[in-house]
Design a protein around this ligand. Structure first.
Ligand SMILES: *Cc1c(COP(=O)(O)O)cnc(C)c1O
Ligand code: SF4
Length: 441
């Protein structure tokens, strides 16, 4: 079956297109050979996956080089350092598979594949050891990683989980089924939210998703079942034309009928993602189930480092009945230097976009760094006559709740891009200083 989404016809059935389909993609969409060869080279190191919907409906092929969605999904020249690129080219052209594999492994190791290195710190324990597929960092929220939800409909080039898509064993904690997580919730009634995440849990069939979610519905203290997903942008058919789209929506209804709030945490990076009619239909159908949709994304160079784009995105979200929620700062992983935005610039983009919004869309917060000890928002830059400029910072969420909501300051820097690039002012309380110095999530 075919349908149209306002543009060319799109095949209804989801099919992942990876590096082995690159020639076909290049021919069909007119990708120039130089760009094609760099995508081929970099996809030896970084994950590459797209699908027909992304290619047909979201990317403007007249100028892929300056297209935000092309940058979102296609590895680009410049994402590796010149030295790494040289190493990779030499190894590939040398024709020795062993040498190529070693070059790939060494380049990946240099790209900070596990930015959540304190992951173990957040893994809760029960009597038989770590509870599989869970992290418990903030009192109210348990993260749950279902084993079958650890891929995505398309891979974002800036993804901090990129290592797992190229076969690194970060999946060791993913949960085959939820019984131990459910037991953990029963022993921790302070947890009101389960945040189901991946990869992208919405790659699972409705039936598989139901097997993971249904057991949670019997936990009385649980109030909200959140699902983190990029699917509204990268495969909205999931809620409209997929063979189990209706069954998926029925599952959301079932969550609501059990007295819990189903919440979709939609990863939306650019207003183009909400232009196709099918994406807006997907949001309407999701909302019809009683689910609430919250929207979040990182601010990324060449993708959305543009206040006008954020303002349009947040308005489009609000118009679709969704709630603008977080603008994140990109984490230090993968091709970070290619994408990174200084905090000063991120704060200016946020303010410029936010100041144009109607009050009801000012639910959004940012720019936010998700760090080892909590989520830190950059509230803005203050200037004191004779005393200089400062970043005004605040924990929105913290491992230690006592840190939350107390403003603190760092010396202004035009280039700082993460909390550990910042110097906190003298007189910063010791607990905040200690928490902030731990840096990366
Ligand atoms: C961001 C995050 C959450 C959710 O935080 P909210 O502010 O409630 O959206 C939960 N757990 C971890 C580990 C997180 O990074
Ligand atoms: S959808 Fe999320 S998990 Fe998947 S590649 Fe993009 S950022 Fe990573």
């Amino acid at each position: 079956m075919q349908h149209t989404t306002g543009g060319r016809p799109v095949a209804d059935r989801f099919q992942a297109l990876g590096p082995n389909r690159l020639d076909e993609i290049a021919t069909k969409y007119g990708l120039r050979s130089r760009l094609r060869e760099s995508v081929r080279l970099f996809s030896l190191v970084l994950p590459f996956r797209v699908n027909e919907y992304v290619l047909n409906e979201l990317i403007d092929w007249s100028e892929p080089h300056s297209d935000p969605i092309f940058h979102l999904f296609f590895p680009q020249p410049g994402m590796l350092s010149p030295a790494d690129e040289q190493l990779l080219t030499t190894a590939r052209d040398g024709g020795d598979p062993g040498e190529l594999a070693r070059a790939i492994a060494s380049i990946r190791a240099g790209l900070n594949p596990h930015p959540e290195h304190q992951q173990d710190l957040n893994v809760p324990q029960d009597a038989s050891g770590p509870v599989p597929g869970t992290q418990h960092k903030y009192d109210q929220t348990l993260l749950y990683f279902p084993a079958a939800g650890q891929t995505c409909h398309a891979y974002c080039t800036y993804c901090f989980r990129w290592a797992q898509f190229v076969g690194e064993p970060e999946l060791r904690f993913a949960a085959p089924e939820p019984s131990r997580a459910v037991e953990y919730l029963r022993r921790h009634p302070e947890i009101t939210d389960v945040l189901v995440t991946g990869g992208d849990p919405m790659v699972m069939t409705a039936e598989r998703l139901r097997q993971h979610l249904e057991p949670f519905l019997a936990v009385e203290s649980l109030q909200t079942v959140r699902i983190g997903t990029k699917s509204v942008a990268s495969w909205p058919h999931r809620y409209v034309t997929d063979h189990d789209a209706d069954a998926t929506l029925r599952l959301f209804e079932q969550i609501a009928e059990a007295g819990k709030t189903p919440a979709l945490m939609a990863h939306l990076s650019h207003p183009v993602e909400l232009e196709p009619a099918i994406a807006r239909t997907a949001l309407a159908r999701i909302r019809d189930t009683g689910a609430v949709v919250y929207c979040q994304a990182p601010v990324i160079g060449r993708v959305n480092d543009d206040a006008a784009a954020w303002a349009r995105l947040w308005r489009a979200e609000q118009r679709a009945g969704a709630v603008p929620y977080y603008m994140f700062v990109a984490r230090d992983t993968g091709p970070r230097d290619y994408f990174k935005i200084p905090l000063a610039r991120a704060a200016a983009i946020f303010r410029d976009a936010y100041s144009t919004l109607p009050g009801l869309a000012r639910t959004v917060r940012g720019p936010v760094m998700s760090t080892t000890n909590g989520k830190i928002v950059v509230d803005g830059v203050t200037e004191e006559a004779g005393a200089g400029r400062y970043f005004e910072l605040r924990y929105l969420q913290a491992r230690d709740p006592r840190l939350v909501g107390r403003p603190f300051r760092a010396v202004y820097s035009a280039d700082a891009a993460w909390i550990d690039d910042l110097e906190l002012v003298p007189g910063t309380p010791a607990d905040i200083r200690a928490a902030a110095s731990a840096g990366e999530d």
